[in-house]
Design a protein around this ligand. Structure first.
Ligand SMILES: [Zn+2]
Length: 367
């Protein structure tokens, strides 16, 4: 499995007939404020063909369009790949967004030149030397002004690309504080749902000094580190602030901004400190990967409803569905449940795995 595929799978941490795609209001039960729209998270085709030939792209994008997908989220920051794919997407009448990995940044040069940009855990250990869970769990600190500038520059670089519809943020969060049950079982870590210092971030100099200014306390020495509300809020707000800055950059550059987030507002705050209900975004895509949470397919409806109700129509909500966790038949069920609970559409992950069988079932779910 390629690293990014692994990370995406790990990260629970990313269709109607033509007539059902853009331009048609969502069906009964869905949030009537927003149009029905379906998306696909797609990986670049480097694995199949290092040259990722135009023919390969053409086949994938035309198929996605045929299968009722309106917008593709392409996992790359590489402007050359985006430039190659854009005209093909345009010809297929598919909207293209650049899907980027935001804060998980295991880049050797950045780690060497800017070690202070990286998060530090509750034991005072940098994620560079002691990453949690896996070797490349090297994460940038969202509170650090230099990191914010760095992130703004990354979004800015994408804004100059003509024809690109938007930027899609993934890994816009802290490292997992408490893993979902299916992931937790794979590691020799405490199997409870408590916050442990080894996975509790961030206690870097910047965070400590900013929080001290705000509250008079040093988070490293407070007795209720795991539960202190002001300290929890500081972390939620830190990511919310970064997203707001990136939203302004994207909009100034004529692009929309969306994000992939954890499955429900509660679980997002609990597992990775994403308070996405408050984020400045144009749309949000939840990764409702039910199996990671040990839940049945029906839970997709519960999770969707929780998010849709919390957003109260502020922005469109799309249920992200993991094809590896769903049979074709279940994709139809999950699609139906998502729309019933108020989603404005679905996002399939990964779009590269879509086929006729999935499509037929998904179409039924959209009716
Ligand atoms: Zn920090």
């Amino acid at each position: 499995m390629k690293k990014r595929q692994f990370l995406k799978v790990f990260s629970v941490a990313t269709v109607g007939a033509m007539a059902l795609s853009s331009g048609v209001w969502s069906c009964a039960g869905a949030d009537s404020k927003h149009k029905l729209k379906n998306w696909a998270w797609i990986h670049p085709l480097e694995t199949a063909d290092p040259a990722h030939s135009a023919d390969e792209w053409k086949k994938l994008l035309n198929n996605l369009k045929k299968w009722g997908i309106d917008s593709a989220l392409l996992l790359t920051q590489n402007t050359k790949i985006i430039g190659e794919v854009l005209p093909i997407a345009k010809e297929a009448a598919l909207e293209l967004h650049a899907w980027i990995i935001a804060l998980n940044w295991p880049d050797k040069t950045t780690m060497k030149e800017h070690p202070s940009w990286y998060v530090v855990n509750g034991k005072g250990e940098s994620c560079i030397e002691k990453p949690a869970y896996v070797d490349d769990y090297n994460w940038l600190c969202p509170s650090n002004p230099e990191v914010i500038e760095f992130m703004k520059k990354r979004v800015q670089e994408l804004c100059v690309i003509d024809g690109l519809a938007g930027v899609h943020l993934d890994y816009i969060r802290y490292p997992d504080v408490v893993l979902a049950p299916e992931h937790k079982a794979k590691y020799t870590i405490p199997q409870d749902d408590l916050v442990h210092p080894m996975a509790d971030y961030c206690y870097c100099e910047v965070c400590r000094s900013q929080f001290k200014k705000l509250s008079g306390m040093d988070p490293l020495t407070i007795p209720d580190q795991a539960t202190n509300q002001a300290w929890l809020n500081f972390r939620y707000d830190s990511v919310t602030h970064l997203v707001g800055e990136l939203y302004d950059v994207a909009h100034k550059g004529g692009k929309v901004l969306s994000a992939a987030v954890f499955p429900t507002p509660y679980l997002s705050k609990f597992r990775v400190r994403q308070d996405w209900i408050k984020w400045k975004l144009d749309s949000v895509m939840t990764m409702i990967y039910h199996r990671y949470e040990g839940q049945p397919v029906e839970w997709i409806e519960t999770a969707t409803r929780e998010g849709v109700e919390a957003l109260a129509g502020k922005i469109p909500y799309y249920s992200g569905l993991h094809l590896a966790q769903l049979t074709p038949k279940e994709l139809g069920v999950a699609t139906k449940l998502s729309l019933k609970a108020g989603a404005s559409g679905i996002v399939v992950f990964p779009g590269n795995k879509m086929d006729e069988a999935y499509w037929r079932s998904m179409k039924e779910g959209l009716i």
